[in-house]
Ligand binder design. Structure first.
Ligand code: ARG
Length: 459
């Protein structure tokens, strides 16, 4: 018989029982369920619902159980219990007998599950925040040690304008910095305690919910029990943060996969994170990055899944909400794994200075400079753009780069072009001119690296 014993005459159907169970996945909330149960026992004692002696007995039995869980939480899976709450209660009753049955006074699994889940999310958010910082640090150190490597920047996957590898690194630092602040935001709104909301309308016992909240490290207690047991916004927000960050990790992967391709040949990935081909001996495949790119899909899937689960649910708790967990657990693990993998890839990657520079020189990525040069000589930008385009066409037909065109050829297109054109269209000049905020100028990028090192306490 389940937890609801008295009301039922017949046993549950076996198939239904299996279908209804969540222990196979919510067992990972065991520690959180013990923590929230200990806090609950303390508040029951403070409210004089159980005695001090009873509370001590309950607490020490729960901590004993916690020790067993920490040693091996997989053994929970052998049980036939419906979920982690019933498993903990069953074990408690086995340890201390009838007293164990008092713990659930004034509490419901509805406030219990969302409390446990919030505690779990909070723990994972701290880990994720650390790894997002670590990834930013890795980008910054790579930017610093590869300073002044010039490479092409792309739009539409066409060589567009020269950039530096450091600058590319700092672009990702910005993205993961936003991910960090987004995750902090999630934490802020999540850290409000549901416990004591009971089934849906609050507990009938005189419980100081604020005190209870603080005892579990929450900032306060929730305002409305009906909302509290219905609320999974924090799951949506967390999965949304995960989805955005995974999208960044996937774009990073795609960039690196391209840089590693024979066609670009900008980097050398380490043997330690690549795999070979069983047939083609020359291959070194960027598996780690391809997997990150693909795993992004499962996290996005979990976000869509929770949104669809919640979208038409009436207030308050509905069993549909049990389906919030597997996608969340999987996504948090996936996100964290991918952060660690990205760190590993970056730390073990060599940048090929010469082929990066060669690619930047080859793609007419300095064509904008010719247009800007002409603008400085008094020609309107649209007109200057047109002349520069014609020069690119000319250079293509001569199989030359723009800097290799003769001055006489330049002057066929505009007699305003002088010998100083050459120093204006070097890669270095393209970079150095971009000194306005956010631009690629190496001195500015260097300053940004210093600032980022300070911000992240890198010495
Ligand atoms: N296993 C349930 C879940 O994950 C716990 C809450 C059950 N509440 C209930 N009223 N059946 O959502």
């Amino acid at each position: 018989m389940g937890l609801w014993g008295g009301r039922f005459i017949n046993e549950s159907n076996k198939l239904f029982k299996e279908f209804n169970r969540s222990l196979s996945f919510d067992y990972i909330l065991a520690e959180e369920d013990v923590i929230s149960s200990v806090a609950w026992s303390k508040i029951l004692m403070k409210s004089k619902i159980i005695t001090e002696k009873e509370q001590i007995t309950i607490e020490s039995a729960l901590f004993e159980l916690l020790k067993e869980i920490k040693e091996n939480n997989q053994k929970i899976l052998k049980s036939k219990c419906e979920d982690i709450h019933s498993w903990i209660e069953e074990k408690l009753i086995q340890k201390i007998g009838i007293l164990g049955k008092k713990l659930h006074t004034g509490r419901s699994r509805n406030d219990q599950i969302t409390t446990d889940l919030k505690l779990w999310c909070r723990k994972k958010i701290h880990l994720l925040l650390e790894n997002i910082i670590e990834l930013q640090k890795t980008f910054i150190l790579s930017a610093e040690s590869n300073h002044n490597i010039i490479m092409p920047g792309y739009t539409h996957l066409q060589r567009a304008q020269p950039i530096t590898f450091s600058y590319w690194c700092l672009a990702y630092v910005e993205m993961f910095r936003r991910d960090f602040s987004r995750l902090k935001d999630v934490l802020k709104r999540l850290n409000v305690s549901p416990l004591g909301s009971a089934a849906l309308s609050g507990t009938a016992w005189k419980i100081n919910r604020e005190e209870l909240a603080l005892s579990m490290g929450f900032d306060s207690a929730t305002n409305n029990a009906l909302d509290t047991v219905s609320d999974r916004d924090y799951v949506v927000e967390l999965l949304s943060s995960a989805s955005i960050s995974m999208m960044h990790l996937s774009r990073f992967s795609e960039d690196i996969i391209f840089f590693n391709s024979g066609e670009a040949d900008f980097i050398e990935l380490s043997d330690t994170i690549t795999s070979g081909s069983s047939l083609m001996p020359q291959k070194k495949n960027p598996d780690a990055l391809e997997l990150i790119r693909a795993k992004c899909g499962r996290v996005h899937g979990s976000l869509i899944s929770i949104l669809v689960i919640l979208k038409s649910l009436p207030l308050s708790y509905n069993k549909d909400m049990q389906e919030d967990k597997e996608g969340l657990f999987d996504s948090i693990k996936t996100w964290n794994d991918c952060l660690c993998m990205a760190i590993l890839v970056l730390k073990n990657m060599q940048i090929k200075n010469e082929s990066c520079r060669k690619a930047a020189e080859e793609g007419y990525s300095n064509a904008t400079e010719i247009a800007d040069y002409l603008v400085k000589k008094g020609i309107a930008f649209r007109e200057a753009h047109n002349i520069s385009g014609q020069l690119v066409l000319r250079a293509i037909s001569e199989k030359k780069s723009l800097n290799e065109l003769k001055l006489s050829v330049f002057q066929m297109y505009s007699n305003l072009i002088q010998n100083d054109i050459y120093k204006n269209i070097t890669l270095e000049s393209c970079l150095e001119k971009r000194m306005s905020k956010g631009g690629v100028a190496p001195s500015q990028v260097y300053e940004e690296i210093i600032k980022a090192k300070k911000r992240l306490n890198i010495f």
